[in-house]
Design a protein around this ligand. Structure first.
Ligand SMILES: [Zn+2]
Ligand SMILES: [Zn+2]
Ligand SMILES: [Zn+2]
Ligand SMILES: [Zn+2]
Length: 346
């Protein structure tokens, strides 16, 4: 950026020097116009760069940037989404600009674009101050005087919200710290209840960990297609053994949606299928985790099912991941995860 503005200044100087030398030959109007042009091009440089460096799909400036083999730029989110889209439709993913094939081997990161983007100015949405992109996050979290804040006594019920610049003044005058224990008790109970809800899954896992029969398998889901008229994409693992029985996991995309291509928000759901015969019912808790080969951000959610010879398959249960993690999974060839199973013995 600095060099760019320096050279613009240079150009300006040269042209004003020109003006002194040649002013007698040229009508003054024309000269002024030339100067204006240079000033103008300096102002617009940022805008020009935004147009050049933006993602070809969403037009946002990419934080992580990929490029096709012809150099067209895509942000990481759109790149994954295109790959996932192509997998669902059973097509080859192509660059939205030139239609050349894109995949993880042919597309590379463009670090120069990432660096250039991080230097481009952006505007703080709270105070409208202009600053380079790489400083924006820190500014919004730590420095901005207009950033939304809550009172430090919100934990005991103070509902005050406002810009950071008013926070200290409010806290000095806040009525909550002098309230009696009796008065803040009700608010603490609400907070406790919320905390307990968040903790429940962990408490459940600890309880399950003391079960007699626990097993885990690191599994790999591979894509396959149905031979329906409109083929659909499914995933399945090979058979695995747990508790002396054979099992598989099946997964599908947006199970609640007829055609997953028509939605931007993608979800994956999975079912546990018993492949061998049961003589007595079997009650299981199971839990999918990212595992050592997965690398996905997954929340912990425990499901429970009673397997019998009549009902050997669970419902399709949500894999607790967000849509962009889901795109990442779909964009890769296989999906790795760990399945932990707990058998309830009576
Ligand atoms: Zn994009
Ligand atoms: Zn291209
Ligand atoms: Zn700000
Ligand atoms: Zn307060």
């Amino acid at each position: 950026m600095e060099e760019a503005s320096n050279s613009s200044i240079q150009v300006l100087r040269e042209s004003s020097a020109d003006k002194e030398n040649v002013s007698s030959f040229e009508p003054p109007n024309k000269k002024i116009k030339t100067n204006d042009y240079h000033v103008d091009s300096k102002i617009k440089l940022e805008d020009k760069l935004c147009g050049i460096l933006c993602c070809a799909v969403c037009l946002d400036l990419p934080k992580i940037c990929y490029q096709c083999s012809n150099g067209h730029l895509m942000c990481a989110g759109c790149f994954n989404h295109l790959l996932a889209d192509a997998r669902i439709k059973d097509e080859t993913a192509t660059c939205p600009s030139c239609r050349c094939e894109i995949n993880r081997n042919t597309c590379i990161r463009n670090l120069a674009v990432e660096k250039a983007v991080s230097e481009l100015p952006s505007e703080c949405p709270f105070c409208n101050q202009k600053l380079p992109r790489y400083l924006l996050e820190h500014h919004q979290k730590e420095q901005c005087q207009e950033r939304p804040s809550v009172c430090r006594y919100s934990r005991i019920g103070c509902p005050w919200e406002g810009p950071y610049r008013d926070l200290a003044q409010h806290e000095d005058a806040c009525a909550y710290p002098v309230k009696s224990g009796e008065e803040v008790m009700a608010n603490l109970e609400v907070i406790d209840a919320r905390r307990l809800e968040e903790q429940r899954v962990f408490t459940d896992i600890f309880t399950l960990l003391s079960y007699e029969k626990i097993t885990f398998n690191d599994l790999q889901l591979k894509p396959f297609r149905t031979d329906d008229f409109i083929t659909r994409l499914y995933y399945e693992t090979t058979r695995f053994t747990a508790f002396n029985h054979q099992w598989v996991i099946r997964a599908k995309i947006n199970s609640d949606h007829k055609n997953p291509i028509h939605t931007i928000n993608r979800t994956l759901s999975y079912q546990l299928v018993l492949k061998t015969k049961l003589t007595t019912p079997m009650s299981l808790h199971f839990l999918a985790l990212s595992g050592p080969f997965g690398g996905i951000k997954m929340k912990s959610r425990i499901y429970n099912f009673e397997f019998t010879s009549e009902s050997p398959e669970t419902e399709y249960e949500d894999l607790p991941i967000n849509s962009s993690e889901c795109d990442k999974l779909l964009a890769s060839k296989t999906i790795n995860f760990r399945l932990v199973m707990f058998q309830v013995t009576k």
